[in-house]
Write a protein that binds this ligand. Structure first.
Ligand code: SF4
Length: 349
């Protein structure tokens, strides 16, 4: 009896990591999953908040993948460590503020540090990468960079495109059979979908959602605006969570409004009422809004007029708006809702 080899698989919750892990499990390897939480993850946040997304199943896709495969999943919070990856990416950003290549290197390195630890004792790492699938981070030239700079070297195996790459240690040592690995490449996802069907997976996460907000242009614009307005690129978890919620309007450089777009977001923003100045129309139904920044008295009246514009009193001559300070003091103001023509489109972040 020989002890089975052990692999750790980076599980994002998408189809590729599901397939890559399944391929290796089917070769009799003991696999455990690892999922890194950066704070920018899409799933289980916006969909969990917004009422219009109530039809969508609220699940953590990484956990769902682990459950489908019958493997253990380790979810690791890397929010603080990830800041350096986002703020100082050695290999730069993709189309938006997504530092994908540095992110991959960071995650493989973290997985490697975790997996090689004495008590964990894993032999190699699996990822669901496919050559040519992402223009910046998943190219033939970047594959060795990730292996080298992460420190995983030839213990990093990509089962979906392994046949297009030099053999890794698990293949050379015969721990896995290279012939049973794949040679996928390019952006066409049909081969993966066909393989999923072959394995009997039908309900996997659709790739269109993306794995993190950093690839999303509106989100990246809001993050850049936050940094610029503060004169610093520092951020906390709450900052990046709030960028996922509501309509963000910056009428002036010294303050920004975050206005809920529907009931689910209203409930979510209420959770911040003891940290931010909030306002809401009381004479008519309307959204809740939060103010981030340092507004003057005149700015507050402008803010009230903007918020009134998004409520049911938008056509009224006067709307009453209540401000609530973080310590609970309330003041009311009667304002005229801002006319549509006066709402400068450039204020929308
Ligand atoms: S999309 Fe986000 S999580 Fe995925 S590699 Fe790029 S930066 Fe990292």
């Amino acid at each position: 009896m020989t002890t089975p080899r052990r692999a750790v698989s980076l599980i994002s919750g998408g189809l590729d990591s599901l397939l890559a892990t399944k391929i290796i499990l089917d070769q009799g390897i003991h696999v455990e999953g690892i999922n890194f939480y950066t704070g920018f993850c899409v799933e289980g946040h916006t969909h969990a908040i917004r009422k219009k997304d109530k039809q969508k199943e609220k699940r953590n896709n990484a956990l769902w993948v682990a459950e489908q495969l019958g493997i253990k999943l380790h979810i690791i919070d890397v929010i603080d460590e990830y800041k350096d990856v986002l703020l100082n990416p050695k290999h730069g950003y993709g189309q938006n503020l997504n530092p994908c290549l540095d992110c991959k290197i960071f995650m493989v390195n973290k997985a490697q540090a975790w997996a090689w630890m004495e008590e964990n004792q894993f032999d190699f790492i699996i990822t669901g990468e496919v050559i040519g699938q992402r223009p910046k981070s998943q190219r033939k030239e970047t594959m060795p960079i990730i292996a080298r700079e992460s420190g995983a070297d030839d213990r990093l195996l990509r089962p979906l495109c392994a046949k297009n790459l030099p053999p890794t240690k698990p293949e050379v040592e015969g721990w896995v059979d290279r012939e049973k690995l794949y040679g996928f490449h390019g952006r066409n996802r049909k081969p993966q979908m066909a393989l999923a069907a072959e394995f009997g997976f039908t309900d996997y996460a659709q790739p269109a959602g993306g794995c993190c907000f950093l690839t999303d242009k509106p989100y990246s614009d809001k993050l850049a605006d936050l940094w610029q307005s503060r004169g610093s690129r520092e951020y906390e978890l709450d900052d990046i969570m709030l960028l996922k919620v509501g309509r963000h309007i910056r009428p002036k450089s010294n303050f920004k409004l975050i206005i809920s777009r529907e009931e689910g977001e209203t409930h979510y923003l209420k959770g911040y009422k003891n940290e931010y100045l909030t306002l809401q129309t009381i004479s008519h139904n309307g959204p809740i809004a939060m103010i981030d920044g340092d507004p003057s008295e005149d700015d507050l009246l402008l803010a009230a007029r903007i918020v009134a514009r998004y409520g049911q009193g938008r056509d009224a001559t006067q709307v009453e708006v209540e401000f609530r300070s973080p310590t609970g003091e309330r003041t009311q103001h009667k304002v005229m809702p801002l006319a549509a023509a006066d709402l400068n489109p450039e204020w929308h972040v």
